[in-house]
Design a protein around this ligand. Structure first.
Ligand code: ADP
Ligand code: MG
Length: 954
């Protein structure tokens, strides 16, 4: 561990903190969502005796305890209110100066909690002056909940955007960076521009992270200053940010990403924050990192991000740029070859090799002579094509289904959709079968949202719908939910569901309902679970001649503008569940008298939470409104989970298709079904997170290793000398460990040692010419005992190192050290990611042998990680003496890496090993010189491998 320092990862059983994630394999979307979820569940969990978790039985007692929590917030509100009169009198300059005062008091030892009432009062005053909105008392409560690192459940329209400004400002006082996480780029911009004036008045800066651009808030100099102007607007008259045209960047100035992160407060999406984290851990220079350490994040729509989106981990991958055409060409070539003359097959060994005749034939066909020397890549693919033809049989090893090659598991006969053979074999089979060839992509870095957000010192969340998932938030994220009362009493009317026998009857009823209300002028918002159904309803409305707007979450900005108008008289808006989320729907003139906004759900979603989100679109801030869900026995949720009771009733009474039942029975049956599906999903996510935790720990260790190296090797490090010395010491002590090991492993009985072997292996660390090697061998043979040999060799390593340092200069040498260490870590880590993925897929099968796959996975992953760390050390020593420095103009080879920070290019000189090593580790480079790891070379029994080897040994 000399190079990398101590690492903490001791026992895989120790990471018991949980988190939730569903692997990519279980991301299921599309029309048959539920049925696929369900069959997936059966497949995956039939062997692990999945329990259905009764999740929400505690609701009653939860409410009581919620009341207690809310009561505890009252003194905070009072304390905040007590500063109001004084702050109202402050000049704009004095108000701004409060920030400096607060920061000073923090430095002097006061805590954020102590500063809370004053900081909240200051924010409230700034908001009143700038955007004309004074935080309501319930908003102060919500702010306090967020500051305490919990989830504030506040209904849609309660003003969560404004609530967040309180804890954002308070925590920004610490100057460690505070993040506000939104679900899309548009909302990040909108909220920053909307709330920007508040922060500006307090003298704190605001940044925005968007997909490709980043910004800071910059109040337009042309707009008259709002300082000192008293804005006592009635909130009813104030414009929505969409009406004011916010969110398009009027008040944003483009800056570097790093600058946006250096702002006191940064708004951005979960994706961008997560990707920046991953990218930061791939940089070659510490100054290219853009994020500061992750301090405090407030996650808006927290249930969407931590539960719904948590199904998809973030992945940075690299797609093979190879053209897929060549696979078809190779498959054609193979067709022209004949068994025995051109190639031989050994079925038992699962090997197929080209003969001399076969090779010349291919060379004739491709027009390339001496293929093995000139085109290693092609020959590799040709061999894979040969294997595909001779060893892999359709309907035994794989099947072809919907134009895809699906592997059949050889032990269980199960289909393994989504899995692929590696090293181009899968493509070769695709070419053989004439189906479309999928490109291979390699994962370079990946993290799930759960694990990303767990990196923050503190997180908080807000949403209108958290309580039905309170248990999951608590168990997985240790986030408690506090339900904040509404500012005004809610009067929305949630009508009972109507159940129809068929989809057709259901849609007819929906259209009828829309049409009736539309004729009165009442606005209607219809939610659907998919784009498909959204469009279907659109067609039906068109036929009926009802004008409407169609939204399906493709263009966030445009949809925001449309949906903000959904409360106007006569508006009919069809939206998928997530379209236009985060956007407030204000009622138009006279709409309240017509009953407010009517929301129609065209189907119950699998989670009650999503249904509640849709209902929440109506009845904001004490507005009138109504909601109603239409269901049919053909809906997925009814068919699969809960329809029996309802179907029974309908059949018993011989009800016609177009007569619905609207009994409590229906809603009860549906909610029972939903809670079962929720339980299932929770179960999956919980199980998967246990797997994920293992990787998480490993990623943390590797990332901190590489970061430490970048810091130590940083030319601008204030303690540069010390740091570089430390870095160099780690390296040299590893070198001497390696030499020790090398000698020790060659020691026989009674102090005898195998000098040839020692010298050969030593030569893989420092390549010598033949003459020096001979001299070395004699010297080693002459030594009295292994310890002496160790000393002797160690001396050589030091000498050579010093020579190289003189040759390159110490500055460059340090750069080389940093580069070698980091690139070795990266290469091996990326291949480890692959290996772990393979393991994860593989252990599922061992479950059948009566073993707990998770236990197997943990211990195997732990073992592989130990091996990874060893290989990293080993590989670094293997490379450090082989790096050559050439002027920039040097002919580029495929092994050249150029760093932007130095004027030279480093080139790893390929130094072939002298012999096929006696014992090649699976992670060692294959001695045949293919450049692949031994285990990955896949050519061990192949002609190529033999030939390369022969050449090397010649
Ligand atoms: P949420 O995110 O909770 O659904 P928003 O932040 O979108 O709610 O705010 C909803 C509406 O309420 C906005 O139009 C906003 O201007 C208004 N609003 C919020 N807080 C206040 C307040 N304290 N005074 C006046 N209007 C407010
Ligand atoms: Mg919102």
């Amino acid at each position: 561990m000399a190079i990398l320092g101590e690492f903490e990862y001791k026992n895989p059983g120790l990471f018991e903190e949980s988190g939730v994630r569903v692997t990519p394999a279980t991301i299921i979307t599309g029309p048959n969502f539920l049925s696929r979820v369900f069959s997936k569940l059966l497949l995956d969990y039939s062997h692990s005796c999945a329990k259905m978790v009764p999740m929400f039985k505690l609701l009653g007692s939860l409410l009581d305890s919620n009341e207690r929590e809310v009561k505890k917030l009252l003194p905070i509100v009072e304390a905040t209110n007590s500063h109001e009169a004084d702050y109202k009198k402050l000049s704009a300059a004095k108000l701004k100066a409060l920030t400096g005062t607060f920061r000073k008091r923090l430095e002097e030892g006061e805590t954020l909690d102590e500063l809370l009432p004053e900081a909240f009062a200051a924010t409230r005053e700034a908001a009143r002056r700038t955007i004309g909105q004074r935080h309501f008392d319930v908003q102060i409560m919500g702010g306090a909940v967020l500051h305490s690192g919990r989830i504030a459940e506040m209904r849609t329209g309660e003003g969560k955007t404004l609530v967040a400004t309180l804890p954002l400002y308070l925590n920004a006082l610490e100057e460690k960076g505070v993040h506000l996480v939104t679900v899309n780029d548009y909302l990040a911009k909108r909220d920053a521009e909307w709330m920007g004036p508040i922060f500006h008045a307090l003298g704190v800066s605001v940044g925005v992270i968007n997909h490709e651009t980043s910004f800071v808030f910059d109040p337009n100099p042309q707009t008259p200053s709002t300082e000192e102007t008293e804005m006592t607007m009635d909130p009813k008259d104030s414009l929505s940010p969409e009406q004011e045209g916010l969110g398009v960047g009027k008040f944003l100035r483009a800056v570097s990403r790093k600058e946006a992160y250096l702002a006191d407060i940064t708004y951005g999406t979960n994706n961008e924050f997560g990707f920046d984290y991953l990218r930061d851990n791939m940089v070659q220079d510490i100054h290219d990192m853009v994020q500061r350490s992750l301090n405090f994040a407030i996650v808006d729509e927290v249930d969407s991000i931590l539960i719904d989106e948590a199904r998809t981990p973030l992945i940075i991958s690299q797609q093979a740029e190879e053209s897929t055409e060549k696979y078809y060409d190779f498959a054609k070539i193979i067709e022209k070859l004949e068994l025995e003359t051109d190639y031989v097959v050994d079925e038992k060994m699962k090997a197929a090799n080209l003969t001399e005749i076969g090779i010349s034939k291919i060379e004739r066909l491709t027009g390339v002579d001496n293929l093995y020397e000139k085109d290693f890549d092609s020959i590799h693919h040709i061999e894979e094509a040969l294997k595909a033809k001779t060893l892999f049989l359709k309907d035994r090893d794989y099947i072809v289904k919907d134009g895809e090659v699906v592997i059949v598991d050889e032990f269980t006969g199960r289909l393994m959709p989504g899995r692929r053979y590696s090293e181009g074999l899968h493509q070769a089979i695709e070419a053989k079968e004439g189906v479309e060839i999928q490109r291979e992509s390699q994962t370079l870095a990946t993290i799930s949202f759960q694990n990303y957000f767990r990196l923050y010192s503190k997180i908080a969340g807000m949403t209108g719908t958290a309580d039905t998932s309170a248990e999951e938030f608590h168990k997985v994220y240790k986030l408690d939910v506090v339900i904040i009362p509404t500012n005004k009493p809610a009067v929305r009317d949630d009508l009972p569901d109507s159940a129809y026998k068929t989809d057709r009857a259901k849609y007819e009823a929906i259209i009828e309902d829309i049409n009736d209300r539309h004729k009165k002028g009442q606005p209607v918002l219809v939610g659907t679970t998919s784009i498909e159904k959204n469009e279907l309803l659109g067609d039906l409305l068109k036929r009926k001649g009802v004008p409407h707007q169609l939204l399906n979450a493709k263009n966030h900005l445009k949809e925001a503008q449309i949906i903000s108008e959904a409360g106007q008289k006569g508006a009919v808006t069809l939206a998928t569940n997530i379209a236009g989320r985060g956007v407030d729907i204000k009622l138009g003139e006279g709409v309240a008298k017509l009953g407010g906004l009517h929301v129609i759900g065209s189907e119950r979603h699998e989670a009650r939470r999503i249904d509640n989100q849709l209902r929440g679109r109506s009845g904001r801030q004490g507005d009138p409104g109504s909601t109603k869900f239409y269901v049919s026995l053909q809906d997925d949720i009814m068919r699969l989970f809960g329809g029996d009771a309802v179907t029974g009733v309908m059949n018993a009474f011989k009800m016609p298709d177009n007569v619905p039942i609207e009994a409590g029975l229906v809603s009860r049956a549906i909610e029972g079904a939903q809670s079962r599906v929720e339980g299932h999903n929770f179960d999956i996510r919980k199980r998967v997170v246990e797997y994920d935790d293992v990787m998480n720990k490993q990623r943390e260790i590797i990332y901190s290793m590489r970061k430490e190296i970048l810091e130590l090797g940083d030319r601008q490090n204030p303690n540069k000398e010390e740091a570089q010395k430390e870095l160099q010491e780690r390296l040299t002590s590893r070198i001497s460990d390696e030499v020790d090991q090398l000698v020790t492993s060659s020691v026989g009985e009674a102090e005898t040692f195998d000098a040839d072997r020692i010298v050969n292996e030593f030569n893989t660390i420092i390549p010598f010419d033949e003459a020096s090697k001979k001299g070395l061998l004699e010297k080693v043979k002459a030594e009295a005992n292994p310890d002496k040999v160790k000393d002797f060799l160690s001396e050589i390593t030091t000498q050579v190192y010093t020579q190289r340092e003189e040759q390159f200069g110490s500055e460059l040498m340090r750069e080389i050290e940093k580069l070698v260490m980091v690139s070795v870590i990266d290469t091996l880590w990326i291949s480890h990611l692959d290996d772990i993925e393979e393991l994860r897929e593989g252990v599922g099968l061992r479950g059948y042998a009566g073993k707990d796959p998770l236990v197997e996975y943990k211990s195997e992953a732990f073992r592989m990680f130990e091996q990874l760390v060893d290989s990293i050390d080993h590989e670094i020593v293997q490379r450090i003496y082989k790096i050559q420095v050439q002027p920039q103009q040097a002919t580029p080879t495929n092994q050249t890496t150029t760093t932007s920070s130095s004027s030279s290019a480093f080139q790893a000189k390929p130094t072939p090993k002298l012999k096929a090593a006696d014992k090649v580790g699976r992670n060692d480079p294959c001695p045949c010189g293919s450049g692949l790891k031994y285990k990955k070379c896949g050519l061990v029994n192949s002609q190529t491998h033999q030939e390369h080897l022969a050449k090397v040994n010649a």
